[in-house]
Ligand binder design. Sequence first.
Ligand SMILES: [Zn+2]
Ligand SMILES: [Zn+2]
Length: 155
Amino acid sequence: MTYAFITHSRYETKPFDHKTTPYTEDGRKRYLQQCSKHKRLPCDRPSINTPEDYAISIYAKGKQWKKNFEYFMNREYAYNRDKGKCKCCGKFYSSTVIGHCHHVDNKLPLERINKVQNLAWVCVDCHHMIHNSQIINVDVKTERKILKYREKLKK
Ligand SMILES: [Zn+2]
Ligand SMILES: [Zn+2]
């Protein structure tokens, strides 16, 4: 037996406006103006990828072999999952804290290496430390996480 739930639609305080759309700059601005709680749109973030990145993905070879189109797509998902901050030290990215997308296991074949679960966003400093530079100026918790990623590279 199927129950039908009928919800009474509440009277809209703001009538629907077709110009309010997440797909245009103006539409997003309108949404934010209408939204009383100033909730940010989930897509209100510029893409990490630049046109140059996409160019790399087409000619990915040599040192850049990992950077295929899947990589650039999936690192956006990984960035959202990691909430725009370093997985090791927790710093949010800014003009001074630059994020890098790290391959957790960098020896996987190309068809597996760029899966979202194999990508982790870390800041440049932590990234260098993961790849064997000396671990300095970090707290114990951060060091432990750096070492954990380093272990995964040695597998
Ligand atoms: Zn970091
Ligand atoms: Zn890395």
